[in-house]
Design a protein around this ligand. Structure first.
Ligand code: NAD
Length: 357
């Protein structure tokens, strides 16, 4: 039976970059190496324009019926004045929660050809390849009780609750162990077990799960040290797993080590490895419609989709390698442009990857 892929370009440059990524999928369809059915659906501002809400019912139904979702980006100044529940972001958050996408995979990869784009020394980051696995639907961002209250003396206090059930910790750690098995077989669990009881439990559950993954070398690190080590010597890490808030911060830090927002893909997975795949960047209204957006983060998101949801790791490897060769040839969109390279637009970059494939 054909695999079902939902394609959601969204807004701004989302439309331009998704067009290039879809060409890669169509390429594999046409040469018979991928049996898949692609269906488009509006989301975000485009969803509001089409159906009056950022996550139209038909879009959600399609997402639920698909094996994987390729997502562009949402948002734009024309939607900023809408009521909160109609804003484009609600489309993205709605998909994450409706599909229970609890595992956020954020690779920080720095192709050696782009080492100069980082704010760190080339020898520290060149060839960097880390995968951060962030728990996405629990922890302090969702814990109850939460709020702002005024006490008897009239002073206000704000509070949130950091809570994790054993089952939540177990399922995210197993995702991370599975990924480590497909990579360098090293997993670092990041917590704050010296201060927080939740982290004590986190560590205990991760250690228990590790019994099922004897080949993976498990280590633990406090989050403050992890932040320091990421900047000091990031290449020491293979896979990192951590709770929602720590992952939010560490994954942005790791992403920026690479210095190129237009290059980084991401995935959000459910318990059955169904996933939503998207570049980490937004809809970039400042360059939308100019044909200069970098499509590589989205093309690399297709590679992640093939690897983690569609069981086609061999195609994923080909795409990753093709991107490397395009960079070797000196082709660059303006966001990663460097001396001596040739500047190209979105379509030219997409075509160059196709030519390599
Ligand atoms: P952004 O990521 O859209 O853009 C930040 C900067 O990076 C801009 O200068 C942009 O031109 C550049 N950039 C981003 N992607 C690029 C690419 N592929 N190629 C070249 N340059 C690229 O973030 P922002 O400007 O803060 O937000 C713009 C809109 O996107 C807002 O409406 C925001 O809410 C939304 N947003 C959406 C997502 C998402 O869909 N997941 C994520 C972040 C922001």
């Amino acid at each position: 039976m054909s695999l079902k892929i939902a394609v959601m370009p969204g807004d701004g440059i989302g439309v331009e970059i998704i067009a290039e990524a879809v060409k890669v999928l169509e390429h594999y369809k046409s040469n018979g190496r991928l049996d898949a059915e692609l269906t488009n659906a509006p989301v975000g501002g485009a969803g509001y324009d089409a159906a009056g809400k950022p996550l139209p019912d038909e879009t959600l139904a399609l997402a639920k019926a698909s094996d994987a979702i390729l997502f562009g980006a949402i948002g734009g100044p024309e939607y900023d004045g809408l009521a909160r529940e109609l804003r484009p972001e609600k489309g993205l958050l709605g998909l994450r929660s409706e599909l229970e996408l609890f595992a956020n995979l954020r690779p920080a990869i720095l192709y050696p050809q782009l080492a100069d784009a980082s704010s760190l020394k080339p020898e520290v980051v060149s060839g960097l390849d880390i995968m951060i696995v962030r728990e996405l639907t629990g922890g302090i961002y969702f814990g109850e009780p939460r709020g702002i209250e005024t006490d008897a003396s009239g002073e206000r206090k704000g509070f949130n609750t950091l809570v994790y059930k054993e089952s939540e910790i177990d399922r995210i750690s197993r995702v991370a162990f599975d990924i480590a098995m497909k990579r360098g077989k090293r997993l670092c669990s990041v917590d704050k077990a010296n201060v927080l009881e939740v982290s004590e439990l986190w560590r205990e559950v991760v250690v228990k799960a590790s019994a099922d993954y004897p080949e993976v070398e498990l280590s633990h690190m406090y989050v403050d040290n992890a932040a320091m080590q990421l900047v000091k010597w990031p290449k020491q890490f293979d896979v990192m797993v951590t709770k929602n808030m720590f992952g939010d911060i560490l994954s942005d830090c790791a992403a920026m080590l690479t210095g190129s927002i237009g290059m980084l893909p991401s995935a959000s997975l459910d318990a059955n490895s169904k996933g939503m795949y998207e570049p980490i960047h937004g809809s970039a209204p400042d360059i939308a419609g100019k044909g200069i957006a970098n499509p590589l983060a989205t093309i690399l998101s297709v590679a992640m989709m093939l690897r983690y949801s569609l069981d086609h790791a061999e195609l994923a490897d080909e795409i990753d390698a093709a991107v490397g060769r395009v960079l070797d040839k000196g082709l660059r969109t303006p966001d990663i442009m460097a001396n001596g390279c040739k500047e190209v637009g979105t379509v030219e970059m997409g075509e160059a990857v196709l030519a390599e494939l």
